[in-house]
Design a protein around this ligand. Structure first.
Ligand code: 5GP
Length: 114
């Protein structure tokens, strides 16, 4: 896949407000937050989208979601609650083609999303 701005953030070529990191996952605050807490969780191994993920990425996808939940618990977001979003491809609203989980918290979420 081609490089994205998130690849540059992983390599520290572009600054970001990094809030969480482990061997497989990096998390940083969204540049254009849609909630009081808006953090993006990305795998260090680039996968373009959820649609591009295969069974070879199963463990990585699990680690990505578990890192998100771990961070949310540590930050006291699990109670009262939070939302996770994965936008996939154009109609799904994806703009950066490096798979990422949005963690949104700090306000009451509504449904349906826009
Ligand atoms: P998507 O629309 O692909 O689901 O989400 C991409 C997200 O990345 C958007 O919420 C956007 O604000 C965020 N974003 C785009 N470029 C940058 C950047 O350079 N730094 C950070 N921290 N966030 C970015």
């Amino acid at each position: 896949m081609s490089d994205t701005i998130f690849g540059k953030i992983i390599r520290r070529e572009v600054p970001a407000d990094i809030v969480f990191e482990n061997d497989d996952v990096l998390a940083f605050r969204d540049l254009n937050p849609q909630a009081p807490v808006h953090v993006l969780f990305i795998p260090k191994q680039a996968v373009a989208s959820l649609d591009a993920a295969g069974t070879e990425h199963a463990e990585l996808l699990g680690k990505l979601l578990l890192a998100t939940a771990e961070y949310a618990r540590a930050e006291g977001l699990a109670e009262p609650g939070y939302r996770t979003v994965i936008n996939c491809n154009e109609a799904g609203g994806q703009t950066v083609y490096h798979l990422h989980v949005h963690l949104l918290a700090g306000r009451q979420m509504t449904w349906p999303p826009g």
